[in-house]
Design a protein around this ligand. Structure first.
Ligand code: MN
Length: 486
């Protein structure tokens, strides 16, 4: 029954790749034969659904095979070696990566990034150990995490059949670890999915309220947005721009978070339903922005150019909020098809089956970030150190600053010229004597801001000073300074 769905969803693959996926399916079906999930459905449904989520974002055949086989060594008589024999090292490594991640199951409550009380220390250390394993697995092959995220989406969909006391723990873990992970990997769609699946289990009343709001508002705004789309499309055609225009409704959980920031005033949420305009080129993006502003007046201070200054997770788009026809306030997001794909699918977009042969920017940025994180955590001694570092680097806001040549450096908010210097090179950090921001001399503890151009002045005689440790923000700078001082 599930087989035709798989067949249909992988039609983007070549014949021999499809055969590999089917072979993995047959192997998994045979291995899981007779097993039943708590929900009463055959166990094989779970790996197949996991693979289907990955096929939706058109991942390569090996990832799909890895997804189909991901529970085989753990839950069936077939071990990892037999997968290696039948499917080769690359797929076996993916499966082993997923298995290792799964082995550390979190008990009781998951409370990351909070200093633990003494009696909770063991548990805290276990949790940090899980994260540590995730990073190591990611650095080896980020596709492991993609399989794990897809696996989690399906498990969240069937969470209702799990005993009540476990539901909250799993939902919390999804919200606090898996969703931020998806976000950091640029997978906006999966992040939203994971959050909305966990939301009702943790905040049932709030989730219900958000569903009501969305239902009510989208019914009220539908006609209006259709009109906006018609007017805009007609105007763009005059400029020879063929745009794809659609509306997207905000995810429930992110709406709730945003409402809290705006005193629960729904009239202040302009992107509840955002209009999205997809065009071919970057030039067309800016032309479209001009066209929108010619039609409707923009709200001051709400034009955001994430194309020139992408968000730290790589998100690129132009956002503007305008007084639409009859003066109603609406948000419009403009980007190319490629940017859109990357915004929805993030790191997964880089393993897309490249039928189109469209050239893509190298996936380096996100992968580099993962490598850095894995390298760094491998050096840390205590779980507390890891937790602290994560809170600082992983989840907090980040800024973009520039070298005088225009190279972009991505740093945590609050970073100083010293952090910047070490992010370029250890030598530059060690010999940092002074710094200029936008052409003006600043102190070394000066807090950098998004968009600053930073120039480091070095002197041979300059050396790291102990007081630098009082203000540096990155683990990288801290590690180098400490090492030097020793
Ligand atoms: Mn699984």
């Amino acid at each position: 029954m599930i087989y035709p769905a798989l067949k249909e969803k992988i039609s983007y693959l070549e014949e021999n790749e499809r055969r590999l996926v089917f072979r993995a399916y047959e192997f998994a079906r045979n291995a899981h034969h007779g097993q039943v999930r708590r929900s009463g459905e055959p166990t094989i449904n779970h790996p197949v659904k996991t693979a289907l989520y990955l096929a939706e974002v058109t991942l390569d055949a090996k990832t799909l095979a890895g997804a189909l086989l991901h529970d085989v060594p753990e839950d069936t008589p077939y071990d990892s070696a037999s997968i290696r024999r039948n499917f080769g090292g690359e797929i076996a490594n993916l499966v082993e990566g997923v298995t290792k991640l799964g082995r550390v199951r979190l008990k009781k409550s998951w409370v990351p990034f909070v200093r633990p009380r003494k009696e909770k220390l063991a548990e805290f250390e276990r949790q940090m150990e899980t994260l540590r394993k995730m990073f190591v697995a990611m650095a080896r092959d980020p596709r492991v995490i993609l399989i794990k995220l897809a696996d989690r989406i399906y498990n969240m969909r069937t969470l209702a059949v799990i005993p009540k006391e476990k539901q909250a723990r799993i939902a919390k873990e999804t919200l606090e670890i898996y969703a931020p992970m998806a976000y950091r990997l640029g997978m906006g769609e999966w992040k939203g999915k994971l959050e909305d699946l966990a939301f009702p289990y943790l905040y049932p009343d709030e989730a219900k309220a958000m569903t009501q709001i969305i239902k009510h508002e989208s019914a009220a705004r539908e006609k209006y947005l259709k009109k906006v789309q018609r007017i805009l499309a007609a105007e763009l055609i005059k400029n020879n721009i063929r745009a794809q225009i659609h509306s997207r409704i905000k995810h429930l959980y992110s709406l709730w978070r945003k409402l809290q920031k705006y005193d629960n005033d729904i009239s202040k949420i302009y992107d509840l339903i955002a209009t999205r305009v997809l065009v071919k080129t970057v030039e067309e993006c800016y032309t479209t922005l001009g066209t929108v502003h010619k039609l409707w007046k923009p709200l001051p201070g709400r034009i955001k150019d994430y194309i020139a200054l992408p968000k730290p997770n790589g998100y690129r788009s132009l956002h503007t909020t305008v007084f639409g026809p009859t003066g109603r306030i609406i948000e419009i997001q403009i980007r190319t098809h490629l940017m859109h794909d990357e915004a929805e699918n993030g790191i997964a977009a880089h393993w897309h089956y490249s039928q189109s042969k469209e050239s893509r920017p190298a996936p380096k940025e996100q992968i580099e970030w993962i490598r850095e994180l894995a390298n760094w955590q491998a050096k840390l001694k205590s779980p507390a150190e890891l937790s602290e570092g994560l809170r600082l680097d992983f989840f907090e806001n980040r800024i973009f600053v520039f070298t005088p040549n225009g190279d972009v450096k991505n740093l945590p908010a609050g970073a100083t010229p010293i952090d910047f210097a070490y992010s370029i090179h250890t030598e530059i950090g060690d010999h940092c004597w002074g710094a200029k921001v936008n052409g003006k001399m600043v102190k070394l503890e000066h807090v950098l801001e998004n968009g600053n151009v930073v120039e480091i002045i070095q002197k041979k005689s300059a050396r790291p000073r102990p007081d630098w440790l009082n203000f540096v923000k990155t683990h990288q700078a801290r590690t180098h300074i400490t090492r030097y001082l020793k």
